[in-house]
Design a binder for this molecule. Structure first.
Ligand code: IMP
Length: 435
């Protein structure tokens, strides 16, 4: 057994939730370690179809303790709604815990996110308007309020009044917006505190204890590598790190504790919001992928930009995450394609680039260089063994492995929990999750 991080390989929405739900059966802990309710993890299993924004995707397994780690920003309204929704579907939340160090998204965070985007006008980042930038900015500026603060009304009131004084100055003087009421927020969040108190506790010691006992601990990432504030397409990024390294800090583990890192990649690429995407297809092929895969944001319902698989970005993601292996999802979307393309390098100012550039100005001018592979006909959704896949699909998987220099240990061929071809069936070298 081991500590395994499962992280998004490209720009988010790679179906981390489905992969976590699939492997959580053998886990004792599943912990989210970054992001907030900007994430929308779709899980389809015998309980129904769910879009989880904050609760870890292991919640459907009776033996799994689910932890919302210190690295996550929590909007209590969203979390309480999600808990109620799960309970109404017969899913127990008695094993859900929230780190007392996790920061709270306050009403001024969501408001400022929208106002900042409006001010950026044509340069808007296309955020999810969930208050993510402002809450993580406050965390670093030491102005944040944490879930643990909700457990003591006096402490909470003190922290809220000093933060709100500054926020109201910004709201009124910079944006000409009306100020927010201290009493209203205080009352609302005290009620949240009462409802959330049974879930709030020190969680990092729980994770470390399970890891020390050799139990199977899953760290569930959100968003994807190219949205990382350091290594992503800055400034078109999110505000917490989606990389595997953040799994340590966002859950409370040391760097030597993570045994395996699984990167989740779609068979093609998508991106929501602004920012460079060299392989974007603004044509009928892009529309076909979007329609077949229903590529609309799970959080915002925005249509996702779709394109061919970018192996330059993919290789970079393998490196900065230190991936052990890859879970490839949505391969079935290519069913019926006569041919499929993979971007193997970029052309920039007459030069061939094989590594991912740091600045978006360069990336915006990169032209993808494609390799074209034969596609396949018929549906692969019912296939559970690698050798039963059509030759085109097998070649596609093998070629991605070569280009990314990383083994593919799991292929997802449909949205359901069981629609996977897993390590043993793939006959790959990658260690299985319970090794
Ligand atoms: P924010 O995280 O809401 O601040 O948004 C910053 C950028 O990250 C925007 O381009 C969003 O569309 C993108 N983003 C944030 N969360 C996700 C996600 O879960 N999937 C895909 N894109 C996301």
């Amino acid at each position: 057994m081991a500590v395994v991080a499962i992280v998004g390989g490209h720009c988010g929405d790679e179906a981390n939730g489905k992969i976590v739900d699939h492997v959580a059966e053998k886990a004792t802990i599943v912990a989210r370690f970054s992001g907030g309710d900007n994430a929308g993890h779709t899980v389809i299993n015998p309980y129904g179809e769910f879009r989880l924004h904050l609760v870890p995707s292991g919640i459907f397994n009776a033996q799994v303790t689910c932890i919302i780690g210190n690295g996550v920003a929590i909007n209590p309204t969203v979390l309480l709604q999600e808990i109620a929704d799960l309970q109404s579907h017969g899913v127990s939340t008695s094993r859900l815990f929230i780190s007392d160090r996790a920061h709270l998204i306050m009403p001024y965070h969501t408001l400022l996110d929208a106002l900042e985007e409006e001010t950026r006008s044509k340069d808007a980042l296309g955020t999810t308007h969930r208050g993510i930038g402002p809450v993580f900015a406050d965390k670093i500026a030491r102005l944040g309020i944490r879930t643990g603060d909700l457990l003591d009304n006096d402490v909470f009131r003190g922290r809220l009044s000093s933060a709100l004084e500054l926020k109201n100055t910004i709201l009124t003087k910079v944006y000409g917006a009306p100020p927010l009421s201290l009493e209203e927020i205080y009352d609302q969040y005290c009620r949240f505190g009462e409802q959330l108190a049974p879930f709030i506790r020190e969680t990092s010691s729980m994770i470390r204890a399970a890891a020390a006992k050799g139990e199977f601990v899953l760290l569930e990432g959100a968003q994807g590598a190219l949205l990382d504030p350091d290594f992503g397409t800055y400034p078109y990024v999110t505000s917490s790190s989606p990389l595997a390294g953040a799994g340590c800090i966002g859950a409370g583990l040391g760097p030597r504790e993570i045994d395996r890192v699984v990167g989740v990649f779609k068979a093609y690429n998508t991106r929501v919001g602004a920012g460079p995407m060299p392989t974007e297809l603004k044509d009928e092929t892009g529309d076909l992928i979007r329609t077949k895969a229903h590529e609309y944001g799970a959080t915002t319902s925005r249509p996702r930009r779709c394109g061919w698989f970018d192996a330059v970005a993919g290789r970079f993601s393998v490196q900065i995450n230190g991936l052990s292996d890859i879970a490839l999802t949505h391969l079935d979307i290519y069913d019926g394609f006569r041919s499929v393309k993979i971007c193997t390098a970029y052309e920039f100012n007459g030069e061939i680039l094989t590594s991912f550039p740091a600045d978006v100005a360069t990336l915006e001018q990169c032209r993808p260089i494609y390799e074209e592979l034969e596609g396949w006909q018929g549906s692969i959704s019912g296939t559970r063994r690698f050798e039963k896949l059509p030759a085109g699909a097998r070649k596609y998987v093998s070629r991605l492995e070569e280009l990314l220099a990383c083994p593919i240990s799991l292929v997802s061929v449909g949205p359901g929990r069981e629609q996977v071809i897993a390590a043993e069936a793939l006959n790959r070298q990658a260690s299985t999750v319970d090794s």
